[in-house]
Write a protein that binds this ligand. Structure first.
Ligand code: AMP
Ligand code: MG
Length: 338
């Protein structure tokens, strides 16, 4: 199959919607990462998504919609969902709600809830409106790789596997959406993202964070969010995190790096002078910069065949929690405390 990469125009949107309506796949930009979309109402199209990504079929997909009305036939909408949607949609918040019969089993991996999101990206919204149906879309990477934040990343992973990639430039947020479970008593974050537990608490009155967000699953433990079970976000080179006071962290990383000079270092901008002219990859000034750059940097290391990476950690508050959730999983929880 030939994979076409095209900017978002009236013509490419017409082509994209025809593909989606005939059960084929289209990759599209969102503010979080690029998505690999297929009709959420067509089980065969959804199976094609799993095949193109080589994704385990027990890992459910997020259904993307262009308006709140599109959510109503797919789930049991609640007052709390309405409050949260008013506060955070369009935006990087995915809501888990009891699903209806209309959603094929493959979309939810047989679970009783469906994940819904209305993205804050003009290109994504134009695409979803043109399709005129809900679009199931996981991140457009091959399973296990860092999520794509540019159309070129999607091309690296999907060339020859899908007919069309819509290019909307680099994703702003750079990390996947917050997944918030509304099916229980208290809203619970299963995957942290740019909408933070602190923000959700302000609107919903309460918010819990699943304990599995910052630790590996135990043997035999049932994952609340099936995605947490799988090796994720991982670069090809082995990644180790070093946690502690900035000076002590830099000293430890310098020691590790001097023993393995082929390794790369990820550090926050203000800490770079602590590394005495060693080559450091800049995570930026704050958690938002780090979120925006993380997958891009991990993919660039893969492209250069980097075998070993050492990274600083961030405080796990606000958006820092999302960055640390991805970093810790990419490192398979190899974290040195100094
Ligand atoms: P991705 O689109 O690659 O960001 O993956 C979507 C993620 O949303 C999956 O890894 C799941 O962990 C989560 N998810 C989607 N639907 C559900 C659901 N019904 N219950 C729990 N988690 C879900
Ligand atoms: Mg993904």
């Amino acid at each position: 199959m030939n994979t076409k990469l095209t900017p978002i125009t009236q013509d490419s949107l017409t082509e994209a919607s025809a593909l989606i309506q005939s059960g084929q796949l289209v990759a599209f930009p969102t503010e979080t990462v690029y998505g690999l979309g297929g009709s959420a109402l067509d089980a065969q199209a959804v199976l094609n998504i799993f095949r193109a990504k080589e994704r385990p079929v027990d890992n459910p997909l997020i259904v993307h919609i262009a308006s709140r009305d599109q959510a109503f036939p797919l789930c049991r909408w609640t007052d709390l969902a309405d409050t949260l949607a008013s506060a955070f949609w369009p935006g990087p918040l995915t809501l888990l709600l009891r699903r209806t019969e209309m959603v094929p089993d493959v979309v939810t991996a047989g679970l009783s809830t469906v994940a819904l999101r209305l993205p804050a990206h003009q290109g994504a919204l134009a695409f979803l409106r043109a399709c005129a149906l809900p679009v199931a879309a996981p991140s457009a990477n091959r399973s296990g790789r860092p999520s794509p934040t540019t159309a070129q990343h999607v091309m690296e992973d999907m060339d020859g596997r899908i007919p069309l990639i819509l290019d909307g430039g680099a994703s702003g947020v750079g990390l996947e959406s917050t997944v918030l479970d509304l099916s229980g008593e208290v809203p619970t974050v299963l995957r942290p993202g740019a909408v933070t537990p602190e923000q959700i608490t302000m609107v919903a009155g309460s918010c819990e964070v699943a304990s599995s967000v910052m630790r590996p699953l135990e043997v035999g433990e049932r994952a609340l969010s099936p995605g947490m079970r799988h090796r994720h976000y991982a670069p090809q080179g082995r990644l180790t995190l070093v946690e502690g006071e900035p000076e002590a962290v830099a000293e430890a990383i310098i020691g590790l790096h001097d023993a393995q000079p082929e390794a790369r270092i990820l550090a926050m901008h203000d800490h770079i002078p602590l590394y005495d002219n060693r080559p450091v990859n800049d995570l930026g000034q704050d958690a938002a910069d780090a979120a925006h750059r993380l997958f891009y940097l991990l993919r660039s290391f893969d492209a250069q065949g980097v075998p070993r990476i050492f990274s600083e950690t961030l405080p796990p508050t606000g958006l820092g929690l999302a960055v640390m959730n991805r970093l810790a999983r990419a490192a398979e929880f190899d974290i040195i405390k100094v």
